[in-house]
Design a protein around this ligand. Structure first.
Ligand SMILES: [Zn+2]
Length: 80
């Protein structure tokens, strides 16, 4: 929706972007010791109400995320 500007449910192109700085539903917590927050951009289809959330990907978050990328699980196929 963010990339296409189109609702994947009803194909409407009447999408709006919601930004609110104070609401807790517009951010999420990450990190272990100190609660860090990252904000969402929220895209809402004004026709059917379908909603998508995207993290803002701030510099601070990306620095943290770099060390917290999930490694792909390697399947052990060596046992034959
Ligand atoms: Zn829609």
């Amino acid at each position: 929706m963010k990339a296409t500007g189109k609702c994947p449910k009803c194909n409407s192109i009447k999408i709006t972007k919601v930004e609110r700085k104070s609401s807790t539903s517009h951010k999420f917590y990450y990190g272990r010791v100190f609660a860090k927050t990252e904000r969402y951009d929220i895209y809402v289809c004004t026709r059917c109400g379908f909603t998508e959330r995207y993290a803002k990907l701030s510099k601070k978050f990306l620095v943290w995320a770099k060390d917290n990328i999930i490694e792909p699980i390697e399947e052990d196929n060596d046992f034959v």
